[in-house]
Design a protein around this ligand. Sequence first.
Ligand SMILES: [Zn+2]
Length: 172
Amino acid sequence: MSYQYQENLALDAQQRYSVKLKLIGLDICPYKVPADTWINDPKQWPAFEYQDVFHYLIKHPRIYSAEAMENYRSLEAHTFFVSGWVQTVFHMKTDSGHYVLKADVKPSWRVTEKPHHPWVALKKSGPVIAAHCNCMAGLGETCSHIGALLFKIEAAVRLGYTSSTCTDRPCE
Ligand SMILES: [Zn+2]
């Protein structure tokens, strides 16, 4: 993965990318953020739910229709997630209080193939603000790698690996 990812994009894609970064309060491309800035601690993740996955993915009907989402377990993105091809998820907080989460996603079971690098930006309350991936489809904000990353985050919240579930709240 090139450190100069943003600089190597075509001009119009580069402009769209800058707008996206501004939207989430980043002045530097996530691909340039130093490794030690990223945190491996699901306890700090936002309260991301299935409805957030659903809303984000159907917003881009070129790939996922509402009908396709009804049957989401058959989607390639979901297969990537359940096959374990989404690696460890790391996150960082932006200056505007949003969260950027990223993970490498292997394209298949073959170890020799290079992973893709999706990232997603979430509000603290859950909804997706923006997403990106370095694959060709990822430029348009929806590819199966982004979808797979969203499914993994959603599952972690649902299974109680984060602090944003009801099981973690003090008893009242
Ligand atoms: Zn991708």
